[in-house]
Design a protein around this ligand. Structure first.
Ligand SMILES: Cc1cc2nc3c(=O)[nH]c(=O)nc-3n(C[C@H](O)[C@H](O)[C@H](O)COP(=O)(O)O)c2cc1C
Length: 197
């Protein structure tokens, strides 16, 4: 349970999100907490098809794909790190599809709209969200929209979002390596997450 799962949402291998995620997870490992990196681009999975079978089964059986390998990792790790580049003022389609596939963790009653809860709630789960974009200001990049779009479902699933890392003004693949202070910040957030689990 005292484990960190890092989810990378960039289609670009070796890019800025990858570098940030690795440093965040290094921070967790510095605290002697096991940390696993998953790059969504390496998994074959579909976007949620809204079949609603999970309402009865409490797990996703409608789509037997790569997400089935990720679900146990999510259950087992009390720490979660999500990293996405900004694409069109929001998270990438990969990250959005991943988040939508977490719908199976909700418990819904028969009444719609009605009460709901999360199978992941009240277990001390904690999360960090990191986002990287090209534009230099939060407004031009769409940073706040992206953070909000990621934060709300993560909180709804029952995680406490303990910190966020907005990284602006970074376009070229690997450019973030030229900003050691950003990488150090990522590492210290990883340390903080691990220490709070
Ligand atoms: C399809 C696409 C859309 C993008 N849209 C935005 C945007 O809306 N705002 C922004 O600041 N950067 C945008 N970018 C730039 C990326 O966020 C930026 O290059 C980032 O560093 C990529 O991260 P990565 O190396 O992890 O893939 C976009 C890039 C692509 C390919």
């Amino acid at each position: 349970m005292k484990k960190v799962l890092g989810i990378g949402g960039s289609p670009r291998k070796g890019g800025n999100s990858d570098i940030l995620l690795k440093r965040l997870l290094k921070g967790a490992r510095d605290e002697s907490v096991a940390a696993r990196e998953i790059q969504l681009r390496d998994y074959q999975f579909q976007a949620c098809i809204g079949c609603e079978r999970c309402r009865k089964d409490k797990r996703c059986i409608g789509l037997q794909d790569g997400m089935q390998l990720i679900y146990p990792e999510i259950r087992e790790a009390s720490g979660l790190v999500l990293v996405s580049p900004i694409y069109n003022y929001n998270m990438t389609a990969l990250m959005k599809s991943f988040i939508d596939r977490l719908y199976c963790f909700y418990n819904f009653g028969d009444e719609r709209p009605g009460q709901w809860s999360s199978q992941l709630a009240n277990q001390g789960r904690k999360a960090i969200i990191a986002v990287v974009g090209e534009q230099a200001t939060r407004e031009a990049a769409g940073m706040d929209l992206t953070l909000e779009a990621m934060r709300r479902p993560v909180k709804a699933l029952g995680y406490e979002v303990i910190d966020e890392l907005p990284v602006l003004g970074i376009f070229h693949k690997g450019k973030v390596k030229e900003y050691p202070q950003v990488l150090e910040q990522a590492e210290s957030l990883g340390i903080r997450l691990a220490s709070l689990l």
